[in-house]
Design a binder for this molecule. Structure first.
Ligand code: ADP
Ligand code: ASP
Ligand code: MG
Length: 403
């Protein structure tokens, strides 16, 4: 019998009605004689509520307690699903990650799955049971509960598929697949039937929330193909796999936009060797991830301006670190939270010249100013004012014939 991993996201289990629907979906696999492992996220809104509670109690809430608190959301949804399956006459129970155990490494809030003990789950499946496993969480070597980062149930599903050698892994969510751009923000977005790990990874990392980036990386590393589909409507989804090109005439596969980037400009920095390193060292020591960087060529050989982007959450800390940095001198520090990184992604770029030009030209025609640019083999990102996100996505969608 084939093992299938079925993962349900927050909106898929967001209400009692939704949980009934999810139990029905699971039952269809049981009727087809699959061995099933269910993975669930918390009911939508739950994790955010728990975060707010912790913030009301402390600005520096203990990290281990934070993970213990946040992981509780998945306990609720899994118990409800298992309870419903029981009610429908199926043998099922919830499995919290420590009961399995799913062992993690690394820091709280961003742990990584190191090992999954298969014994108890296999025994339960082989006795005809449907295990409902809590996503997003694990247990570390100090017996503390850990979490895998926001959206981390995707990681749980992929890693369970890996350890159990599952034949299929299906990510059920509130959209019926991966689209050329977020279908909730752009009505003309088109569903992609098949996409490569590399393109999905870029899309996820550059703002397509539909999959958590780490989970796609894990899928790629372990060659775990998976399907993203809807738990709301019965439609075919998107296959994410080790594919080469799908559409020979399509250069760009997807377009993304980020919501929480900030731009920092240090004006009039004394230009000498090592200055960039002096600026970025304290940021790196404080786990602040610097993304796009541009340094102007100094006109007088003495001073230059340095611009970079970071996550908006890090802006306060970054400002403080720069102001306290004795190793640099500068005239002014400017910060801008109203920016967004818009990216075009596609493996077709590798073999097609002129894509950069077409992107810039299309944006210029709409009078959208580009502040910073960064590129890789299969993506081009530009930083623009977030007032223009919709316009930029629309014009690029059209330019690269994704409509
Ligand atoms: P879940 O709760 O199931 O994990 P998420 O909210 O994390 O669901 O992810 C699904 C959402 O991702 C969709 O509602 C959609 O708005 C958003 N999304 C962003 N970019 C894309 C894209 N390119 N294709 C599909 N969905 C996308
Ligand atoms: N419940 C967690 C979150 O909201 C994990 C997930 O949804 O995948 O981040
Ligand atoms: Mg998600």
């Amino acid at each position: 019998m084939k093992i299938v991993v079925l993962k349900f996201g927050g909106t898929s289990v967001g209400s009692i009605e939704r949980i009934k629907k999810v139990a029905q979906i699971i039952a269809t696999y049981k009727k087809r004689r699959y061995k099933i492992i269910v993975v669930s996220s918390a009911m939508s809104g739950t994790t955010n509520d728990l975060i707010k509670k912790s913030q009301k109690l402390s600005t520096n809430f203990d990290q281990a307690e934070y993970d213990t608190l946040l992981a509780s959301g998945e306990q609720i949804s899994c118990a409800l699903i298992a309870g419903r399956l029981n009610d429908l006459g199926y043998k099922s129970r919830s499995w919290l990650s420590w009961q399995i155990p799913i062992v993690t490494d690394g820091p709280h809030k961003a742990a990584r799955i190191d090992n999954i003990n298969k014994k108890k789950i296999l025994k339960f499946i082989n006795s005809g049971g449907i295990p409902v496993v809590t996503g997003f969480q694990g247990i570390n070597n100090n017996s503390r509960i850990t979490t895998l980062g926001r959206g981390g149930s995707d990681v749980s599903a992929i890693m369970i598929a890996k350890f159990f050698n599952a034949e299929e892994c299906i990510i059920y969510t509130d959209v019926d697949g991966v689209y050329t751009t977020d279908p909730k923000n752009y009505k003309k977005a088109k569903k992609i039937s098949k996409i490569s790990y590399d393109e999905m990874l870029e899309m996820a990392s550059l703002g397509a929330k539909v999959m958590q980036p780490t989970s796609v990386q894990d899928a790629k590393l372990n060659n775990i193909s998976f399907i993203v589909k809807s738990s709301f409507v019965k439609k075919s989804g998107t296959l994410i796999t080790n594919t080469k090109r799908m559409f020979s005439d399509q250069i760009i596969t997807g377009i993304t936009a980020t919501k929480n980037d900030s731009k920092v400009t240090i004006v009039g920095v004394k230009d000498r060797p090592g200055v960039a390193a002096s600026i970025f060292k304290p940021l790196s020591l404080n786990n602040i991830n610097v993304d796009m960087v541009v340094q102007n060529i100094s006109l007088n050989g003495k001073e230059t301006d340095l611009t970079f982007t970071i996550k908006s959450d890090d802006i306060k800390k970054t400002k403080k670190l720069i102001k306290l940095n004795k190793k640099i001198s500068f005239r002014k520090l400017n910060c801008d939270n109203n920016v967004s990184k818009v990216s075009i992604i596609g493996v077709g770029m590798i073999t097609t010249p002129g894509i950069t030009y077409r992107m810039f030209q299309a944006l210029a025609a709409k009078k959208i100013n580009i502040m910073v640019i960064s590129t890789s083999e299969i993506k081009i990102s530009v930083l623009i004012s977030n007032r223009f996100i919709k316009k930029a996505v629309a014009v690029l969608h059209k330019e690269f014939k994704l409509n």
